[in-house]
Design a protein around this ligand. Sequence first.
Ligand code: NAD
Ligand code: MG
Length: 403
Amino acid sequence: MMQRIAVLGATGSIGDSTLAILAAHPQQYQVYALSGYHRLDKLFALCQQFVPKRVNVPAAAVDDFAQRLSAAKLDIEVVGGAAGLIDIATDSQTDTVVAAIVGAAGLPSTLAAARAGKRILLANKEALVMAGQVMIDAVKTHHATLLPLDSEHNAIFQCLPVDIQQDSRQIHQPKHGVRKLWLTASGGPFLQQSFAQMQKAGVAEAVKHPNWSMGQKISVDSATMMNKGLELIEACHLFDLSEDKINVVIHPQSIIHSMVEYSDGSFLAQLGSPDMKTPIAHALSYPARIDSGSQPLDLYALSGLEFIEPDLQKFACLRLARQAMQAGTQATIVLNAANEIAVAAFLAGQIRLTDIADINEQALSEIQVPLLAASADIEDILSIDQLARRHTEALVAKVAKSI
Ligand code: NAD
Ligand code: MG
């Protein structure tokens, strides 16, 4: 059966990898809708290539984009802004939503897709960091399907038995013998450098990841290891575990994408080239398999696999993520929001790379928000997010002035 796909964040790095796979399997997948926020020329080219039925652009760009499409004789409906994103995510014609928007901006459409009972391929980890329980509850209540695209979570998913894949709460059944999850991390571009060197790093060095090619925000998060912190929180929600059941190990080759440790001493790992096309193809075709177009792993060419314990002083963001997860969702919302503001300030040249962890830590300790009730909804979440953003902007301004 033809699967109709909406790719939210089609102009980004995950969007690229997803569309490359969809283009290679036109009999199985129809590109039903696309969204883009920046680089609208690229979105226009994607519209020419895939001719989706609907496309989402920022509200201010709707008229212009619609004119360009009609001048090119492309019959594609243009929907604008955040409401338009939700519209295509919940469209009755959409079977699968690829949630590949970066940051908090991806939350409302991802949650709406869950509430519409869609099959969701989740790259937007920030949605789970902000609204983990709300998202997981929505998936269960509305019989949606949530499949992780993040390579680590996808690896863990693949290493778990079908019972747990279908219902994460099964992970607590003693018969399955799941003892721990191991998230692997590359350690980013500063693994072999001192804190002082990291402090002096410019944007170009920070976003130059040794193994993966990704968007700017996640590349900076990888350099500070905030990415692994966000992934730790993501894993807690996806696999229904507390943070003490999830270990992080640095594995600089990025060949093992993560592991599950079982009570009999077995460690199951998923291996592959560091290419997002593999987890995306897995999730698109699950439970079947399709060709992803990624380079197969050349085992004879691998010189060795290393494992290193992370230095939590140098990579304080990882420690902060555990701390926030222990404190509760209100704290993970604050951490995510503070980090987005701090990363944007680093990319704009206002603060140093190492200031990001300090700012995140200050935000966590200074921003007082009440415990979030189990009944909390997206409005409550977004109001904490906004509060944390305003507070962090003031912290950034102070740091920027002092350097
Ligand atoms: P990217 O910056 O390359 O692309 C982001 C996409 O989101 C673009 O299409 C952009 O137009 C859109 N976007 C940005 N701001 C928006 C807004 N305010 N409203 C609507 N759309 C907006 O990012 P990416 O590297 O593709 O990452 C996307 C998500 O996937 C992130 O959450 C990231 O953590 C996650 N992820 C990425 C990778 C990777 O290899 N790139 C791996 C694992 C997880
Ligand atoms: Mg990852």
